[in-house]
Design a protein around this ligand. Structure first.
Ligand SMILES: [Zn+2]
Length: 420
């Protein structure tokens, strides 16, 4: 067993010798008017030294250490905390091409400034005295940790670097907690979104009775709509609270990740990964499982924030003068792009490359804006501002010469499983 070495303090100096050494720091005659004060300091220093207090600030080691009573130095405690933080982050290589060389799109300081800006932005747009949850809905993102956002130099995939390790990310999701009223509000918003999505994607959806799986089913908005449409809908999500919330409404949801599902191969007609795909630390692993679960020619639907759009907007932002720059920041904020609170920012080419490699062929890529954020807690002028910003963005990508899928803040991607 390792024994802690404790006796490192040198032998005590004689008082006269200690005084002589201490006073060398105050050798300059300019200090002479403060001799009385120096003598008081010397006495404090001598006593501290006599008690062996090489590290005057200590902390009880506490449970978990070999000697819980041992007084460890604050510096040591801080060093250990720094090491633990370092062990909780990793420096990933590109998840699409494996490339290790990156270009910084926004450094950590820039991301911090963007996230602070988003908080101020939404605070000004909320009515007075709204519940705290309304503010947090708009500004607390699971991936709001501050780090560089980089682009793979080879393929252009955006990602966070460094980022928390997979275990830390999984734990964050598992223990996400919401107020019951907030879950109801989130469900209401989701139902509206997915009724619209199911309508626009009706052509690709299976006939009634078809088997549908949602990865990252969250509060169950899509599963509700799918059940209403007559499909046999199942969900999987790591969040304890949201799974219980879905089950209480009679939805079939498994707690965990998709690779833990006990479902036969080729048993689903459609798999949907809405607003979750960009949060998956290992997208390739998930796609392999999805390819196994989908029947031949089954449909996969993904919804992702557009990394290319964010990168272009940041480049424009750096050249814009101030009042206009704030307009663009606002447009990004209404689409949850400012601060880029996602693990990955897929671009249309990186999506294509990743999905083709896993046996999926793209049928359709649809440009979109974020689902409406404003509600009854939003100031009237801000509701109008959001509608205007999103209409403006849709107008921009419909202009001749503008490629919609490169300039839309969000993308819906419909794919067909071909072969793996
Ligand atoms: Zn790459």
């Amino acid at each position: 067993m390792t024994t802690a070495r404790k006796g490192q303090a040198p032998g005590h100096l004689e008082r006269a010798e200690f005084g002589a050494r201490f006073r060398t720091a105050f050798f300059d005659p300019a200090f002479r008017s403060e001799d009385a004060a120096i003598a008081r300091l010397e006495e404090i220093a001598r006593r501290a030294s006599g008690e062996g207090r090489k590290t005057p600030l200590t902390w009880n080691a506490g449970p978990g250490d070999a000697d819980p009573e041992y007084e460890v130095s604050i510096e040591w405690v801080e060093t250990r905390a720094r090491l633990e933080r370092a062990a909780a982050v990793e420096y990933p290589s590109c998840a699409v091409c494996g490339g290790a060389r990156v270009e910084i799109v926004c450094d950590a300081r820039d991301i911090r400034a963007q996230l602070d800006w988003v908080r101020r932005f939404h605070l000004r747009r909320l009515e007075d005295r709204v519940p705290r949850g309304a503010f947090e809905d708009r500004t607390d993102f699971t991936q709001s940790f501050v780090t560089n956002v980089v682009a793979c130099a080879a393929c252009g995939l955006l990602f966070r670097d460094p980022r928390p390790t997979l275990g830390v990310i999984a734990r964050a999701y598992a223990h996400d907690a919401y107020e019951p009223a907030r879950l109801d509000a989130l469900l209401g918003g989701q139902r509206t979104l997915f009724r619209d999505k199911v309508r626009t994607l009706a052509h690709w959806m299976p006939p009634p009775g078809g088997r549908v799986l949602e990865v990252g089913s969250f509060v169950g908005g899509f599963l509700d709509v799918a059940r209403d449409a007559g499909w046999d809908a199942r969900g999987v999500d790591p969040g304890e609270e949201v799974v219980a919330y879905c089950r209480a409404r009679g939805l079939h949801v498994v707690r965990g990740t998709v690779d833990e599902l006990d479902e036969p191969a080729a048993s689903f007609d459609l798999v949907a990964i809405w607003n979750t795909f960009d949060q998956l630390p290992d997208p390739g692993a998930t796609l392999r499982v999805v390819a196994r679960l989908l029947r031949h020619r089954g449909i996969l639907v993904l919804r992702v924030p557009n990394g290319l759009c964010y990168r272009r907007a940041i480049a424009v932002l750096r050249r814009l003068a101030e009042p206009l720059a704030d307009v663009l920041r606002g447009a990004l904020a209404w689409n949850n792009l400012l601060g880029f609170p996602y693990l990955y920012g897929y671009t249309p080419p990186t999506m294509e490359r990743l999905l083709t490699a896993h046996g999926f062929g793209t049928i359709e890529v649809r440009p979109d804006t974020l689902v409406r954020l404003s509600d009854e807690t939003t100031r009237v002028w801000a509701v109008a501002e959001e509608a205007l910003v999103k209409a403006g963005w849709r107008l921009l990508w419909s202009l001749p010469g503008v490629r919609a899928i490169e300039n839309a803040p969000w993308l819906d991607v419909v794919l067909r499983r071909s072969e793996s």
